[in-house]
Design a protein around this ligand. Structure first.
Ligand SMILES: Cc1cc2nc3c(=O)[nH]c(=O)nc-3n(C[C@H](O)[C@H](O)[C@H](O)COP(=O)(O)OP(=O)(O)OC[C@H]3O[C@@H](n4cnc5c(N)ncnc54)[C@H](O)[C@@H]3O)c2cc1C
Ligand code: SF4
Length: 444
C-alpha cells in the first residue's frame, strides 16, 4: 500500500522506533513461562517495588489463565502493562531471577507481564468493581503514573476522584518522556483508558493548577488533595550561548519527537550533555532519527555515570559515542548552534576540577542538555504547611505519603526527585491508602 502523504504522527513514530521488547506470541509465552521454577520467597518478587506475585502470574500464564494472570498483576500494580514495558527489569525483577546466579538467561518477566496485561486491555476485560460512592472526594493534581495509581486506589474504596492534568493527555512522562522504542504512545494511552473504564475516575485536561486561587478552590471543594505533579522543564546549565537555536532541553526534545514530530531533518552531528538515563535516551533517539554522529559528553569518568549500564549499551548499539571527563563551557555559533567548547576535567582528592589550557571545540548542529529537571517549587510553596527539602523535593511521611499539611499527600517524582514509573506507581497507591486512613480517622 502506498504511504499516505499525510502520515499519522503516531503511526510514523511507531514505524521509526520498533519496540525493543515486542509483544510475545502464544508459543513464546508458553515456552518462556515453562522455564520458571516458581521459587518460594521468589527473589524476583522481592525486587519488584510493587511486589507483584511474579511466580503466581507466570504459573497462571503457563496454565492458560490469562485473565487470572492480569488480575494478579493489576492487584499489585495499576500500571502493570506500562511497567512491563518500561521498567529497568535488568536491575529489578529479572536482575534478581535465580537463573542469573548460574549464568542462565533470566526469565523475561517484563514481556510475560505485557503478554497477560495486553490481553486484558485489548479484550476490554473488567475485573475491578468499585463500591458505591462514600460521599467523599479527592482532587489529584497530575495524571502521571503517581496520580493515576492514587486515583485507582481511592476509587476502589468508593471515593470520588477528579484528576486535573496540565496537558491534553494522561500518563505523564510515561507518554511524554519514556523512549518510544520501549512503549508506544498508543500502549501508554490505552492502559489509562482501560483503568478509567475499570475505576471511573474523572480527568480534566488542559487544567494546569498553578495559582493560589486555583489551589484554594480545590482546597475548598475536596476532602483531600494528592500532588502527583512530577518535575518541571530541563534545568539550565548556565553557560555562555545556551540560548542559541538548536540548544534544547532533553525532556522537551523527547516530548517533541514523541508527540509532534517535525518534518525537519535531524542534525548530522549531535552532542548530548549529561551522563544519566535521559542522556542515553536522547542520544539513542537522535541516532535512530538519522543523526550521523552522536556524542554523549559527560563531565566525570565513565564509571561515574548515573545511567544504567544497559542504557549506555543500548545507546552504543545505535552508534552513540561516549566522551568522558569533559565539561561544556560555551555553546558556539551565531544565532544557531555550531559547536560546543569543552574543557577537560580530572578528579583530584575526590573533587572534580577543570584542567587549565585543555579547552577544545567540537562541531555540531544540535545540543541536547540532559542535566536534570527543575523542581516545581513555586506551585508547592503556595500550599501552606508543605515542606520541601534543600533540593525542592516534597517532604512526606514515607508510610502514608502525607505532607506537613495533613490534607495534602504527594508521591512520585515530585517526592523522590526523579526515579522510575514503577516507583511513582507504588507511591501513588501508598498515598491512596494514606488518604483513606486520614479521611476515615479525621471523620471528614
Ligand atoms: C526522558 C525520560 C525518560 C524516562 N524513561 C524511563 C524509563 O524508561 N522507565 C521508567 O520506569 N521511567 C522512566 N522515566 C521516569 C518516569 O517517567 C517518571 O519517574 C514517572 O513518569 C514519574 O511519574 P509522576 O506521576 O511522578 O510524574 P510525571 O510522569 O511527570 O507526571 C506528572 C503529571 O502532572 C502534570 N502536572 C504537572 N504540574 C501540574 C500542575 N501544576 N497542574 C496540573 N498538572 C500538572 C504533568 O503534565 C504530568 O502529566 C523517564 C523520565 C524521563 C524524563
Ligand atoms: S526468580 Fe526467576 S525462576 Fe524464580 S520465580 Fe522468579 S522468575 Fe521464576
Amino acid at each position: 500500500m502506498a504511504e499516505s502523504k499525510n502520515p499519522n504522527p503516531m503511526q510514523d513514530i511507531e514505524r521509526r522506533f520498533p519496540q525493543i521488547k515486542p509483544l510475545m506470541n502464544n508459543s513464546e509465552a508458553y515456552y518462556e513461562s515453562s522455564r520458571c521454577l516458581f521459587c518460594y520467597n521468589a527473589p524476583c518478587m522481592l525486587a519488584c517495588p510493587t511486589s507483584i506475585d511474579i511466580p503466581l502470574f507466570i504459573r497462571q500464564i503457563n496454565n492458560g489463565n490469562l485473565t487470572g494472570a492480569a488480575k494478579t498483576i493489576y492487584q499489585s500494580n495499576y500500571l502493570g502493562n506500562t511497567c512491563g514495558k518500561v521498567c529497568p527489569t535488568e536491575v529489578l525483577c529479572e536482575g534478581a531471577c535465580v537463573f542469573t546466579k548460574v549464568n542462565i538467561k533470566a526469565l523475561e518477566i517484563g514481556r510475560l507481564q505485557n503478554f497477560a496485561t495486553d490481553n486484558a486491555i485489548t479484550t476490554h476485560q473488567k475485573f475491578f468493581e468499585t463500591p458505591e460512592s462514600n460521599g467523599k472526594s479527592v482532587a489529584v493534581i497530575g495524571a502521571g503514573p503517581a496520580g493515576i495509581s492514587c486515583a485507582c486506589e481511592l476509587r476502589s474504596a468508593g471515593y470520588t476522584v477528579d484528576i486535573y492534568e496540565a496537558k491534553n493527555n494522561p500518563s505523564g512522562l510515561a507518554l511524554h518522556g519514556v523512549a518510544p522504542y520501549k512503549i508506544t504512545n498508543r500502549e501508554a494511552l490505552m492502559e489509562v483508558e482501560f483503568l478509567r473504564e475499570q475505576f471511573g475516575f474523572n480527568i480534566f485536561y488542559n487544567k494546569r493548577i498553578v495559582t493560589k486561587e486555583e489551589l484554594d478552590a480545590l482546597d475548598a471543594r475536596y476532602d483531600a488533595v494528592f500532588l502527583g505533579i512530577g518535575l518541571g522543564n530541563s534545568a539550565e546549565i548556565k553557560i555562555k550561548g545556551e540560548e542559541k537555536l538548536n540548544c534544547v532541553g532533553a525532556t522537551e526534545f523527547i516530548e517533541q519527537i514523541k508527540t509532534c514530530p517535525v518534518e525537519k531533518p535531524m542534525a548530522k552531528k549531535v552532542i548530548v550533555l549529561g551522563g544519566g538515563n535521559t542522556a542515553m535516551d536522547a542520544a539513542s533517539e537522535s541516532a535512530r532519527l538519522g543523526a550521523e554522529k552522536v556524542i554523549v559528553a559527560y563531565r566525570r569518568a565513565k564509571s561515574e555515570m548515573k545511567a544504567y549500564y544497559f542504557e549506555y549499551d543500548l545507546a552504543q548499539v545505535t552508534g552513540v559515542e561516549g566522551l568522558f571527563n569533559v565539561a561544556p563551557i560555551e555553546i558556539m555559533g551565531k544565532n544557531e548552534v555550531a559547536g560546543v567548547k569543552f574543557i577537560r576535567t580530572e578528579t583530584v582528592d575526590g573533587k572534580l576540577r577543570n584542567i587549565p589550557g585543555s579547552e577544545f571545540v567540537l562541531e555540531c548542529g544540535l545540543v541536547i542538555k540532559a542535566t536534570g529537571q527543575l523542581k516545581q517549587t513555586s506551585v508547592i510553596a503556595k500550599v501552606k504547611g508543605i515542606d520541601m527539602d534543600e533540593i525542592g523535593r516534597i517532604s512526606v511521611n514515607l508510610e502514608t505519603g502525607q505532607t506537613g499539611n495533613p490534607k495534602y499527600f504527594a508521591g512520585g517524582d515530585a517526592v523522590n526527585g526523579g526515579a522510575e514509573v514503577v516507583n511513582a506507581t507504588a507511591a501513588g497507591k501508598l498515598a491512596g491508602k494514606g488518604i483513606q486512613e486520614f479521611l476515615s480517622k479525621s471523620g471528614q
